[in-house]
Design a protein around this ligand. Sequence first.
Ligand code: ADP
Ligand code: TRP
Length: 349
Amino acid sequence: MRTLSGVQSSGKLHIGNYYGAIRQFVQLQDVSEAYYFIANLHALTTVRDAKLALELTREAALAYLALGVDPKKAVLFRQSDVREVLELNWILGTVVPHSHLERAHSYKDKVARGISPDFGLFAYPVLMAADILLYGTDTVPVGKDQIQHVEFARDWAVKFNTEYVKGYDPADPEGKERGHTPGILKLPSALVQASTQTVPGVDGRKMSKSYGNTIDLFGEEKDIKKRIMSIKTDSTPVEAPKPVPGAERSADASIVSEVPLYDLLKLMLPESEFAEVDASWRAGGKGYGDYKKKLLEAYLTTFGPARRRYAELVSDPAELERILQDGANRARQEASVLMDKVRRAVGIP
Ligand code: ADP
Ligand code: TRP
């Protein structure tokens, strides 16, 4: 089984990226052929400063490594190092219905958040599909918000195969039955970790760099503390039981957690420790400030080792470059085999 995923280098990575994406990457590198990359071409839809783009790309690579992606097990590379992806992006785009892109949730959300509705942003899912299809990917571990993009990749792979592969039957995409030819592009599926579909930010909306509600993975400890202390709570007095999620849904659809402090404690604490916190939360007698301190401790316990590893890796830029070049070579080899087939199929010499 081949696994592939990427994270955009468009800002500092936060714990939503870890629980929603990178944690799964680390688990999957032991049980599959894993390809992980830094989506620095996608990041150009929002980052408009060359120096910053380079810095964020490097930071994302360091973050992958610090959090446990192992270049001996997984192929780790920069999206832009495999230029074949841009060629596939174009060819695939010729079979993509405009109407699909128009109903992309992520595009609509991003425009609503004030990101400029440029062609690159509109065509974002096509490049993402090219990323996935270029490496014959079976499984794409992502957060919930990316499922539609993976479904698009699958639909467009079917469309391409139907258009260009003689004997291809969409009902038998791998050509297992007599008389059917397998597709050139393999059909991928999204893999979403059910327990942590959407990590809430400090304001209860989805944690996202564009909402400014994140708890970062590698920021300064004092900034992390400030963020945790700013988690939105209500005015329940210290002695009273605290409200738990689920009692009543917010009328505001952008709110993913009514009680982000509780949900974040649940996410970060080991089960037995959370059981104690849960009991005291429901009984009353402790203030929100105490729970915030507990969350900061949990954060430092969980991410302390990765934060130390990050600091070590930062001091060896040559080693980082070596790892990324090696990853790019391996990825390129794979990509060139597929692109030969694609070019032949569409008639490009
Ligand atoms: P952001 O929303 O901060 O811009 P990205 O869109 O770059 O984050 O997301 C990178 C990866 O992390 C994606 O797979 C996405 O689904 C996942 N992810 C981002 N935010 C969250 C979150 N709050 N909860 C769960 N997963 C998330
Ligand atoms: N769109 C993804 C995100 O915002 C990043 C990404 C780009 C990606 N290409 C991909 C994820 C291919 C999985 C597979 O997080």
